[in-house]
Design a binder for this molecule. Structure first.
Ligand code: PLZ
Length: 459
């Protein structure tokens, strides 16, 4: 038997906002202890689990992650839009610790507790529309999407589901089928569930900039011809597409689809799993377009990093399934509910919707200035603290995934966590925690600016 040297540092820094808010590199990235853990990972964890930046985290808070080698990295990813309130946010830590000491699990469908109801009430209050609503809680985003589909099918008595080009809805069997991109999400994992259809998206940079209403009518026409409203239970759409490339549909696209759904007894489901909870400078991204979906799926930013998701929507639709038809062992677990209540309180009390809008202004100004002098940046887009740049070969306008990969790697090496996305792998997205200090945000954007400059100098 081989003994493996312990890699945990003797004094682990505590996380949360009290962590020093600085970018500080004491080793190369990843450092030796992280590299050792990567070797153990390869021996212990399925190779199917990819990693964006293999620095192993020991603490996080405010706008930084601290790794096991003692490096402090600027966080522009929030664990993919999860830690909107910041890592180990004080109210969340206190609420979860208190709940942990009371009870950890009963299963809400066996012996319930009031925090689940309180989360449902908060979701019913915060989501768009002042009609009567109900909510149901689950664990992951994909599980919320699956259940929104179950509910819509039960309510309408119809089966077909429409998702859009560039959509991402999850990795379970049904949601893989709804997700658009083959690699890495679907390749070799079929067959996929039947009665899932795809419609064309509004993607202003790549569809000739057609008007949102025109783009919606193109999708509607395809739906009517290929599926038929009488077979269609629901359409599901991310109001700003996340993994697909932070695609903001042209104005009028969502509203036109919604109006058609209302006229045809088709349930309109908004997947706000990535856009929800203050991220875009509104509590929910649908508010930017003034639309009120029938059902809305939430997860990620809902509970400060604890696993929780929800479906919220019209009471008549949500009350359709038979008692016992919806559930799950852990859905609305008491620790996750305690975290969600503290997280929602933090968004509201600390005015994080406004903070997200301010972050968007700061990022938007910097990135727009950068794009003005750099033809490789074809577009700066997004809303609030959910922004992105799309990189192309300026000579052809073709997506430049290789450049995107090089720039992200260079930024990582300088201690800034940035994520890519996009159907063509050529989008860099910015999803900072709303707890990030301004100077760190600007420093992170400067590191990106320098990396883009160095790449063109090397070319
Ligand atoms: N819907 C809009 O963004 C999750 C996926 C990361 P789960 N996005 C990050 C990865 O590579 O697995 C997401 C989303 C939208 C649904 C989901 C699924 O949420 O909590 O990952 O199941």
């Amino acid at each position: 038997m081989t003994l493996v040297a312990p890699v945990r540092p003797t004094s682990t820094p505590l996380g949360g906002p009290s962590l020093a808010q600085e970018r500080k590199l004491v080793t190369s990235i990843p450092g030796p202890k992280s590299r050792l853990l990567s070797e153990r990972k390869a021996q212990a964890v399925s190779a199917g689990v990819g990693i964006a930046l293999p620095v192993y985290v020991v603490a996080a808070g405010g706008g930084v992650l601290v790794d096991i080698d003692g490096n402090s990295l600027i966080d522009l990813g929030s664990g993919i839009a999860v830690t909107g309130v910041g890592n180990s946010a004080p109210r969340v830590v206190a609420a979860v610790a208190a709940q942990l000491a009371q009870f950890t699990h009963t299963c809400f469908t066996v012996a319930p507790y009031d925090s689940y109801i309180e989360v449902a009430e908060a979701l019913n209050r915060l989501t768009p529309g002042d009609h009567e609503k109900r909510s149901v809680l689950f664990n992951s985003g994909a599980e919320a999407v699956e259940n929104a589909v179950k509910i819509a099918r039960h309510f309408t008595g119809k089966q077909a589901i429409v998702a859009f080009d560039h959509a991402y809805h999850g990795r379970t069997n049904l949601t893989m089928g709804m997700t658009a991109k083959n690699q890495p999400y679907k390749n070799g994992f079929g067959p996929f569930a039947p009665e899932v259809y795809r419609a064309p998206m509004s993607y202003p940079l790549r569809d000739g900039g057609i008007d949102g209403v025109v783009a919606a009518n193109r999708a509607i026409s395809q739906i009517e011809k290929q599926i038929g409203a009488s077979n269609l239970a629901a359409i599901i759409i991310e109001p700003i597409q996340g993994e697909g490339g932070f695609i903001v549909p042209a104005a009028g696209f969502l509203a036109t689809l919604l109006a058609w759904c209302c006229a045809n007894e088709v349930v309109f489901i908004a997947d706000e799993i990535q856009t929800g909870f203050a991220r875009t400078g509104h509590m929910f991204a649908c508010e930017h377009e003034g639309i009120v979906p029938d059902l809305i799926c939430t997860a990620k930013g809902i509970a400060g990093g604890l696993p929780l998701s929800a479906v919220t929507g019209r009471a008549d639709i949500m009350d359709s399934p038979q008692a016992g038809g919806l559930g799950g062992t852990y859905g609305g677990n008491p620790l996750a509910c305690a975290a969600a209540l503290a997280t929602i309180d933090t968004y509201e009390t600390d005015n994080l919707v406004e903070r997200a809008a301010t972050i968007g202004q700061v990022m938007g100004e910097r990135l727009t200035a950068l794009a003005a002098v750099d033809p490789r940046i074809a577009e700066v887009r997004g809303r609030g603290a959910m922004m992105a740049i799309e990189l192309v070969d300026p000579a052809t306008g073709e997506p430049d995934a290789a450049l995107t990969g090089r720039v992200i790697a260079a930024v990582h090496a300088q201690g800034v966590i940035l994520l890519g996305c996009g159907t063509y792998g050529n989008v860099i997205r910015f999803l900072p925690p709303l707890s990030i200090p301004d100077d760190l945000l600007l420093e992170g954007l400067q590191v990106l600016t320098d990396a883009l400059a160095a790449d063109s100098a090397a070319a």
